[in-house]
Design a protein around this ligand. Structure first.
Ligand code: 7TS
Length: 424
């Protein structure tokens, strides 16, 4: 298929998508002879631009050394690059102090770090952690584990049939026993954007802390931790053009100072005797062992790339392409779309089912036409239970996706529908 920026007459995407696509060599590959790739699985992981790939290569080729421990030139350079990435990431999310940025492996590890370092230390039996029904498993399971270990109570803000949250119930369950509201900014399974500005004050009014799972928001829209007034933000580098194996936990400095380390070892101590040890200051306290130096630096390059585009432009592009996809897919016979139908209420994620065809079959048939989507429960089984489906098919968009690719998805679905005789 020929990829043009705009297949629809009059549809104008706000930035130069042809130029953006040139930065992602993988988008030119074929998945089979003559079958071009249409990559619509960005909620799982994004592709990487040449700028990020080059930064990784440059690091290993010219600067590779361990950090924080050598006086030699390479070690000093590697340390400067690693700490420089921390500063870039802090600015990207509006943090006032780069020490508030802790490098982890991913969102999952960031949330677990709060569960271990903060909740385990400060929560007691009967204390309540409020999450929602639309969370990714990584923001459910750590709290259930702590419930089983410590007797805390996990409460859920329920999902309404349209995939939005029931704010009436939120008002009832967030109360004086709530110590933490841990909530996603955007559902990975349905795309629902959670109205944080309405929910955060409910927790703050009770003196509770707020953790935002930003795995799906930080890559796709401007996120400012000061403006949000939250306490923790967790996100993954690999969903925002960065490498795999690098993530971030941002937390308010006094809170991070008060927390216990998650892991003990090198680089996180101030002093060690045979009797006891004392901890280094934040962020080193939470970065035991040799960290993922190269990938942190790669994430810094990804943040440079996104900042140059402008996160408001990124969001505008995704609203446009999601709006187009919602309208285009609604016209395909047998397709039902889950989640809010307003592109302003959802990120670039469209979850759907094709009547009478298992989502895995949909995914496989689409793959024969080069269209990569995810099928399954999306690590959000409570959402599937609420929808009363075993799985959905999910297309998810990013900065390099075009309306032509949405057309490719729609025609592949039409072919699938015809193949299975849907509606006949
Ligand atoms: N939270 C949300 C909202 C997510 O979408 C994901 C990953 C995670 C947490 C966990 O991120 P990780 O980097 O620690 O794995 N979501 C998906 C997805 O939708 N398909 O694959 C991974």
């Amino acid at each position: 298929m020929t990829l043009t920026a705009h297949s629809q007459p009059g549809a104008r995407l706000p930035f130069d998508i042809t130029r953006i696509r040139r930065d992602f060599p993988i988008l030119k590959r074929e998945v089979a002879p003559g079958v071009g790739l249409v990559y619509l699985d960005n909620a799982a992981t994004s592709q990487k631009p040449v700028q990020v790939i080059a930064e990784l290569t440059r690091f290993y080729r010219d600067h590779n050394a361990n950090i924080h421990r050598g006086v030699h030139t390479l070690s000093v350079e590697a340390t400067e690059l690693y700490e420089g990435a921390r500063v870039k990431i802090a600015a990207f999310i509006g943090a006032s102090d780069a020490r508030e940025v802790i490098f982890t492996r991913n969102t999952t590890e960031s949330i677990n770090l709060v569960a271990h370092g903060w909740a385990r230390k400060f929560l007691q039996a009967g204390d309540e952690v409020v999450v929602s029904e639309i969370e990714h498993h990584s923001n459910i399971v750590p709290w259930q584990m702590l419930r089983d270990e410590r007797g805390i109570v996990v409460k859920y803000i329920p999902m309404l049939p349209d995939g939005t949250l029931d704010l009436e119930v939120a008002r009832q369950i967030i109360g004086p026993k709530t110590k933490l509201l841990s909530i996603t900014a955007m559902s990975n399974a349905l795309g629902t954007i959670v109205p944080l500005q309405e929910i955060i004050p409910l927790a703050k009014a009770q003196g509770a802390l707020v953790l935002i799972d930003g795995a799906q928001s930080v890559p796709h829209m401007a996120v400012d931790v000061q403006a949000l007034g939250v306490d923790f933000l967790a996100f993954s580098g690999h969903k925002m053009l960065g490498p795999t194996g690098i993530g971030v936990l941002w937390g308010r400095l006094p809170l991070l100072d008060s927390m216990d380390p998650f892991m003990g070892g090198g680089d996180m101590i101030l002093s060690v005797t045979m009797e006891h040890s004392t901890w280094a200051d934040v962020p080193a306290k939470f970065e035991a062992g040799t960290p993922n130096i190269a990938d942190a630096i790669g994430l810094g390059a990804a943040v440079d790339y996104l900042s140059a585009l402008g996160m408001d432009e990124v969001r505008r592009h995704e609203i446009e392409i999601t709006d187009y996809a919602l309208r285009r897919l609604a016209d395909v016979p047998g397709v039902s779309i889950f989640g809010p139908m307003d592109a302003l209420q959802r990120g670039g994620v469209v979850s759907f089912e094709l009547e009478g065809v298992h989502p895995h079959d949909v995914g496989q048939l689409l793959d024969t036409r080069g269209v990569a989507i995810r099928t399954g429960h999306h690590c959000a089984q409570p959402v599937m239970a609420a929808l009363d489906v075993p799985a959905t098919a999910r297309a998810s968009f990013y900065i390099y996706n075009t309306t032509a690719e949405v057309d490719a998805l729609a025609s592949a679905l039409e072919a699938t529908s015809a193949f299975f005789g849907v509606g006949s």
